[in-house]
Design a protein around this ligand. Sequence first.
Ligand SMILES: C[S@@+](CC[C@H](N)C(=O)[O-])C[C@H]1O[C@@H](n2cnc3c(N)ncnc32)[C@H](O)[C@@H]1O
Length: 375
Amino acid sequence: MSDVLAEHIEYLTLPGRNALYRQAIEATLRPGERVADLGCGVGVLGLFCLEAGADKVWGIDSSDAVHLAREVMNRCGYGDRYECIAGSTFRTVLPEPVDLIICDHVGFFGFDYGIIPLMRDARQRFLKPGGAMIPQALDLMVAGVSSDECLAKADGWTRDCVPGQFRWLDRLSRNVRYSHQFSPVDLIAAPVALGHVDLAADEPDFFSFEAVLTATRAGRFDGLAGWFDCRLCDGVRMTNNPLVDESIRRSQAFLPAEESFPVEAGDAVGVTVRFRADDTLISWTIQPPGQAKRQQMSTFKSTVLTPADLVKQPARPLTLSHEGKARAFVLAQVDGQRSGDEIVDRVLAEWPDMFPSEQAVREFVKSVLAHHCAV
Ligand SMILES: C[S@@+](CC[C@H](N)C(=O)[O-])C[C@H]1O[C@@H](n2cnc3c(N)ncnc32)[C@H](O)[C@@H]1O
């Protein structure tokens, strides 16, 4: 729970964010309307909707924060108008359509926290025809970066203190999307508009945006800064633009160049950013000035492939792993009669060496029951 508190205090204390959401809710919601708060966290956006006259809010969150939301609403006297659903929005079925879907899934670069599939799914399954959405759209901005601090993030694996056997990981670490709080001095090319994502439209599954950056001074070009200018509703915008006072101070995205390169003031640097709506992969290219080779980076290149990735190959015959068999065995003991303690005892009696120690078996059984049993 302490991680949840540490995470959510960050959202609640971003300068100006709560006021912007309140403003958008007041401009959008009519008294008596019904709302789905997607990824409700501790319930802050749903609370603003109830205060603005919503009749009913469903707060959905896949983390423990949802249990805090329930407690908050009970304490505020909204317990009968706020219903918490613990789980993923993608697996949630609401009893009736809503007038408004709301979330703050706006990532460092706007699109990079899964807002596109989240809003699309909720719009198609939860929202009344003609219903409203907050946010409505994202404008993506990109700028050129020259920053020792950013370079140190992308270059971490080459540091002297890292044993030599790990230095090859440097090639991968140039293909990672980092978060960073940029200051104006970190930017070597002024921001330009990269692209627009309309969350209310049936957008394509694949986005490909291009831009040309112009260096504003001579120096070393280390990569791209990306941020959002988000339309919460008509007339209310929220941004993490590091160059403006009204920024909510959410970090921006840093996309490194494969190799830093020198630029002169006035040089043009070509940029593409591509991503799919439904997954977390981002690829980007940077064309340095002159005849230099175009650099191609992708978070795919830094993805660690695991046995789970092989399982995703559809034609491969599958067998259960040891843990899979253990999980199936535990769940088969749940018969609507036995208590948790009785199931633990039964598993220990029937399969005592499921894990190397009795303690490990007990912990495993309890965690399986906690995840899969209704109370
Ligand atoms: C950025 S926080 C926002 C919390 C809160 N709405 C706010 O504005 O402060 C996103 C929350 O969404 C939850 N979340 C992410 N994806 C989700 C999904 N598909 N279904 C349910 N909850 C999700 C996370 O657990 C997290 O609590």
